[in-house]
Design a protein around this ligand. Structure first.
Ligand SMILES: [Zn+2]
Length: 154
């Protein structure tokens, strides 16, 4: 087995056996250095965002004290959900290899199809997301203050 997948599988098995996480793991690597090898922490942290890829990005960013993981490669035991794809993109992860598929996960009761259907516009009724035009004015001072601070710190 690929070394990086093995680390992810080991972390996943440990989490499942301890009852701290579901059947998902990930290893994040950059230039041969293992930045994180983790399992899903949803149950342990009581956190719906505790998906393995997200946990790996969070751990690596914290360890390296950076928001930029450019050049890193993720090895995920399963096809990442849209949230995890987004997090990897935000962090600049260069590539993600995955092993099991979304279909395998769905067969075990972990479907992310509702997220995909919402995001690709297939079914917008799945989540109530609405832009309040009046709110733009209510929140506009944030942008003004951001610009002021940015100029001040430049
Ligand atoms: Zn995910």
């Amino acid at each position: 087995m690929d070394e990086y997948f093995k680390l992810a599988v080991d972390a996943t098995m440990e989490g499942m056996r301890e009852g701290t996480g579901g059947p998902f793991g990930a290893t994040l690597v950059r230039d041969g250095e293992i930045l994180a090898a983790v399992g899903n922490t949803v149950l342990k942290e009581v956190d719906p965002s505790g998906h393995a890829e997200l946990v790996a990005v969070r751990e690596a960013c914290g360890k390296l004290n950076t928001l930029d993981l450019s050049g890193s490669i993720m090895y995920a035991t399963c096809e990442p959900c849209p949230m995890c794809v987004a997090v990897m993109m935000w962090a600049g992860v260069e590539k993600c290899y995955y092993a099991s598929t979304r279909t395998d996960a769905a067969e075990a009761g972990f479907s992310d199809q509702h997220l995909r259907d919402f995001l690709d516009g297939t079914d917008k009724s799945l989540f109530d997301l609405e832009h309040l035009e009046d709110g733009r004015e209510d929140c506009a001072e944030i942008w003004t203050e951001f610009a002021r601070l940015k100029a001040e710190r430049a």
